[in-house]
Design a protein around this ligand. Structure first.
Ligand code: ADP
Ligand code: MG
Length: 257
């Protein structure tokens, strides 16, 4: 039987609408990395943001998270509602991973649960999360007793324990060596497969963006605009040696460097 053809459009998670963010440059002048900037981020996708250093990537990510910074006009709609401030549905992992040095891994991860209503906390959630990121064995260790990868996994576990709908990541793996980086990228990829969570990740690595992302946005110019908006789901783009990969890499590099 043929029913009506239903074409489902992916939902919009974030709509950035003519956003201008101005900073005081400390010398009496005003600097606006984002001016009249508009973009839509789709729900359930992994969107990667690339762009030259200082172009406004972190500023944009913070704006998505509802961390109002500087002076702003325009706004960000999340789920069709104007963002008024941070919400537990959106968690952000910053570049520098700040674990509490006086808490062990288990307590660091459990920290996020404090902000959840009691009835929403499943008692087994903590152990499940430690298991999922492979930290069961290290649960009693303190941050200074962890490798870089373990620390970053703790940070991710702490962010995920509250079961957020959106994960915002600001160059989360830049301090890790190549093999750990790959493992963490795999972890993110698996997490997405399991949850279909909306993620926006800023990265300096084109390889990382193409591997983890469904869509790559390259920002450039002053004030920043979207210079490249590419769908990166094509399996050829997951192969670092394919022509399609190299072509896109060349295009992106011409903007970034
Ligand atoms: P990116 O993450 O792309 O490197 P940022 O969003 O961090 O760029 O910064 C964009 C620009 O805004 C930079 O020139 C930076 O110096 C400036 N900037 C960022 N945060 C502040 C702030 N809190 N106060 C003043 N200027 C800032
Ligand atoms: Mg930044």
């Amino acid at each position: 039987m043929n029913g009506p053809v239903v074409i489902t459009q992916p939902k919009t998670a974030f709509q950035v609408d003519r956003l201008t963010i101005k900073y005081d440059d400390g010398q009496g002048a005003v600097y606006a990395p984002l001016e009249d900037f508009s973009i839509k981020i789709r729900e359930g996708e992994v969107t990667c943001l690339l762009g030259p250093s200082g172009c406004g990537k972190t500023t944009l990510l913070k704006a998505l998270g509802g961390f109002v910074i500087g002076e702003s006009t325009g706004g960000v709609l999340f789920d069709g509602q104007f963002q008024q401030g941070p919400t537990p549905e959106i968690v952000m992992i910053f570049q520098e991973n700040n674990l509490f040095p006086w808490l062990n891994v288990r307590s660091n991860v459990a920290f996020g649960l404090k902000f959840m209503p009691r009835e929403k906390v499943r008692p087994e959630a903590l152990d499940e999360m430690l298991e999922a990121v492979g930290l069961q064995e290290a649960a009693k260790r303190y941050p200074h007793q962890l490798s870089g990868g373990m620390r970053q996994r703790t940070v991710i576990a702490r962010a995920l324990i509250t079961d957020p709908r959106v994960l915002l990541l600001d160059e989360p793996f830049s301090a890790l060596d190549v093999s750990l980086r790959r493992r963490m990228q795999q972890l993110l990829h698996d997490l997405w497969e399991k949850t279909g969570m909306t993620m926006v990740m800023v990265t300096h690595s084109i390889e990382e963006a193409l591997y983890v992302g469904h869509r790559v946005l390259v920002l450039g110019g002053r004030p920043a605009g979207v210079v490249i908006d590419a769908d990166t789901r094509d399996p050829a783009l997951k192969d670092r040696y394919s022509d399609a990969y190299l072509q896109l890499q060349r295009r992106i590099e011409s903007v970034i460097y």
